[in-house]
Design a protein around this ligand. Structure first.
Ligand code: 5RP
Length: 220
């Protein structure tokens, strides 16, 4: 099975978990786009839907869903989102699509976070995928210097502006042995809006598509 088929399978499996009447947060990325289409095909009708990016909001509307603001809905029952990397502690690297800040907010406001990945995203140590850091534009070179002090190699994502009007530094060559500690440390750097480490609020469930089908992993 190729990666596209695996993404489709895991998107279908996640759509099965959406019960009518729940308050649902929807992440961003190609796997989530397939999830949106699968939900629409199955006629699932959450009571409220909150999007983690403008692109997801647009796709939800095209698929026929109404989209609410997080502030109008309060806490969410379920958040479904993809990831760029995941480890056995359900900690994630996210932000390949640049939506990390809103994704982190929606994840924080959700009782249950279901992460949908194919098995290429499963790693022993986070950091092979460059770690996205959303930064206030004027702090770009300051934050880049701090990332070098953390032994990372920051590269500005050229021509990209986040939904919040900021820039992204993709930090290469980090072997993230202690994700909670690094998330805390990077969060404290002046000018950092969000780091794409989801370790303090990891996923609760990982649905992972592989050659032998979907694996469902539950965090205890
Ligand atoms: C976007 C994300 C995505 O979840 C992550 O990049 C995975 O994307 P895809 O499903 O396209 O592989 O964090 O900011």
């Amino acid at each position: 099975m190729d990666q596209a088929e695996k993404k489709q399978q895991v998107a279908n499996a996640a759509a099965e978990m959406v019960e009518s009447g729940i308050k649902l947060g929807v992440g961003s990325g190609s796997t989530v786009n397939l999830f949106i289409d699968a939900m629409a095909r199955r006629g699932r009708a959450p009571a409220a839907l909150v999007a983690s990016s403008r692109e997801t909001e647009r796709r939800l509307r095209v698929a026929g869903f109404q989209v609410s603001e997080l502030g109008d809905v309060g806490d969410l029952d379920l958040y479904v989102d993809g990831a760029d990397e995941a480890n056995k502690n359900f900690q994630l690297v996210k932000g390949g699509g640049g939506a990390l800040t809103r994704e982190k907010i929606v994840a924080a406001a959700s009782r249950r976070f279901v992460c949908i990945i194919d098995d290429s995203k499963w790693v022993a140590v986070l950091g092979q995928f460059p770690l996205p850091v959303e930064v206030i534009p004027m702090a770009q070179s300051y934050v880049a210097r701090q990332m070098v002090r953390q032994r990372g190699q920051p590269i500005l994502r050229k021509g990209f502006v986040t939904d919040n009007g900021n820039v992204i530094l993709d930090v290469h060559s980090l072997a993230i042995e202690n994700p909670v500690e690094l998330e805390t440390r990077i969060n404290q750097i002046a000018g950092v809006v969000t780091v794409g480490l989801f370790a303090q609020r990891p996923a609760d469930v990982i649905l992972m598509a592989g050659d032998s089908g979907i694996k469902r992993l539950e965090r205890r």
